[in-house]
Design a protein around this ligand. Structure first.
Ligand code: ATP
Length: 304
């Protein structure tokens, strides 16, 4: 068995849009690898190349040691692919969809039920309902069952949690952890930066380029700038003023707070407090925080 996924110097252009530029990374056996990036970053293009639906302009890629161009037929038999959209037949029922995907892979639901049992039991009460009438979370569970029904050797999940409610998102990641424990390598993409922490390793992708690849723990540990969270009654004015502060390196809204880093190591909290003193903010709250994975990604994206 080869490396589950190996990508080397892949480029893809659509007319004037450079969708992928010099993409290289690998996914190791049993690894849950996340591709994190905003809309239009190139995630789906990369998935389509790896699942043999699209040809790269340049570069190489293998899945389980098989070449995505030469061995495309063999790859199609061994991968599970959950595309971002339209993976289900809306008019077919839950059970019919699953049966359909099992049949095209020349297998049966019964033969592979073990792998999908945990997930399928959650949607089984609705097995006679057309897929088009399921909630977002249930559709996503069915789509995952369909991608798994032929016991794939590598699993590709393109934005499986986009547009899904927070509870279903959490459940979905718990399902992925269980699949990972069964030893299936998984490449999953997401625009939600907070999901990065749930992966073994992540690549941050923006405008077709990978900004960095590492474990979430290393990414956060390497963030060297001190960071503060700030809040006041008038958040808009606070943001404007902090962005106008001569020592500000970055300042952006993050939930109920602003996250701030300063430009040089000499600029400290006292300097910040002195600057804000004369601004008469009501209910001003300032405290130091450790940067999270989302702060690290924002820093990586802005530093480009
Ligand atoms: N078939 C195509 N023809 C022309 N441009 C395309 C095509 N497919 C993708 N693109 C462009 O390539 C870039 C990358 O798109 P891609 O769909 O891979 O991004 P993404 O990260 O998956 O984001 P999204 O979630 O928005 O699909 C975008 O600018 C997109 O408009």
């Amino acid at each position: 068995m080869g490396t589950p996924i190996q990508v080397t110097g892949v480029y893809k252009k659509f007319d004037a849009v450079q969708a992928l530029k010099d993409i290289s990374f690998d996914v190791q056996p049993g690894e849950l690898f996340g591709l994190i990036g905003p809309d239009g970053a190139g995630k789906s293009t990369l998935f389509r190349i790896l699942t043999t639906l699209l040809l790269a302009d340049k570069g190489n890629a293998t899945v389980n040691g098989l070449d995505v161009v030469k061995d495309y037929k063999a790859i199609r038999k061994i991968v599970g692919y959950m595309p971002g959209r339209f993976s289900l037949y809306q008019d077919l029922t839950v059970e019919e969809n699953l049966h359909f995907f099992a049949t095209i892979f020349n297998t049966t639901i019964v033969a592979n039920y073990d792998l999908i049992r945990d997930i399928y039991v959650q949607i089984e009460p609705f097995k006679n309902r057309p897929a088009g009438k399921l909630s977002g979370g249930m559709k996503q569970k069915l789509a995952l069952c369909c991608a798994l029904i032929h016991k794939p050797v590598v699993l590709f999940l393109d934005e499986p949690t986009t547009g899904v409610d927070p509870v279903s998102r959490k459940e979905f990641w718990e399902m992925l952890q269980r699949l990972k424990q069964k030893g299936i390598p998984i490449l999953v993409s997401t625009p939600y930066m907070d999901e990065a922490i749930l992966c073994d390793r992540v690549a941050l992708i923006q405008k077709g380029e990978i900004m960095g690849i590492d474990t979430p723990q290393h990414i956060t540990a390497q963030f060297s700038k001190p960071m503060w969270a700030l809040r006041a009654k008038n958040m808009y004015h606070l943001l404007q003023e902090l962005r106008g502060f001569e020592h500000t390196h970055s300042c952006y809204a993050f939930g109920e707070y602003l996250h701030l880093t300063l430009q040089n190591d000499q600029a400290d909290e006292q300097l910040l407090r002195d600057y804000l003193k004369g601004k008469q903010h009501e209910d001003l709250d300032i405290f130091p925080i450790a940067a999270g994975i989302e702060d690290c990604f924002i820093e990586m994206m802005e530093s480009r």
